[in-house]
Design a binder for this molecule. Sequence first.
Ligand SMILES: NC(=O)c1ccc[n+]([C@@H]2O[C@H](COP(=O)([O-])OP(=O)(O)OC[C@H]3O[C@@H](n4cnc5c(N)ncnc54)[C@H](O)[C@@H]3O)[C@@H](O)[C@H]2O)c1
Length: 250
Amino acid sequence: MPISIKDKVIVVTGGAGEIGSSLCRRLVDEGAAVVMVDIADGREIAAEIKKAKRGNKIVFVKADVTSEKDMAKMAAAALKNFGRIDAIVNNAGLFTACPWDDLTYDEWKKRLRVNVDGTYLATRAVVPAMREQGKGKIINIGSDTVWMGTPGFVHYVTSKAAVLGMTRALANELGPHGITTCYVTPTLLDTPGTRAAFQQGHFDYVLSHTPIGKFEKPEDVNGLIVFLCSDDADFINGAAINIGGGISMH
Ligand SMILES: NC(=O)c1ccc[n+]([C@@H]2O[C@H](COP(=O)([O-])OP(=O)(O)OC[C@H]3O[C@@H](n4cnc5c(N)ncnc54)[C@H](O)[C@@H]3O)[C@@H](O)[C@H]2O)c1
């Protein structure tokens, strides 16, 4: 039997972003029903996915992952449109560089609020449906900066390390309810967004330390997520899996 996510209902937070929108396209292509969640307007992307041969199984929900109210709205929209929630990909995040000397407490709090509180609140909103189903998958998008302690990213590394801890604790606590939790770590991608946000030196470092000798693209993240959303991954719980071409080998 091939790996299948056909008719799985999958929530993707940060779904209008670079990784998120690529993932939403792929999930719909694979036959899943997708709830694309973003604080930015993702209506056009969702409409394009619907139009481009990909079927009708995507809804966009404009919502802030740091808002309890919005996350309740997100879960309600998923249930209203598709009747269940099989998986959530906690992908919404703020990814910026800021040297320690320039880091303000406000900047620190902003990053932790979205990356940590947002992951918690989005997860909390979908767990009741998963418990009722006796099955669900929580997939947290982390970062390999956690393995490397990348300098210039203390706020970001801290936030993503917190999500790794959350992943392991949830794997233990929700596992008995049939809900698995995993953590996946892309490395620095080469995209218009990262090119605008990071310096050439970051890219040079990544390329020269990546054994397979090329940059990661959003599409490179998708396959693992498809697999983790499938029934074939039912026994994978509490795992942290690298998608970084071998730059870190945790
Ligand atoms: N791009 C990379 O190189 C890279 C590497 C490792 C990990 N990551 C992680 O991958 C994830 C996606 O990153 P990306 O590169 O696609 O970035 P992106 O900026 O293109 O996408 C992030 C999305 O999250 C949304 N978002 C931000 N705050 C939100 C909030 N409060 N509520 C709802 N949505 C919110 C943004 O609007 C955006 O659409 C992030 O968690 C990031 O940390 C990215």
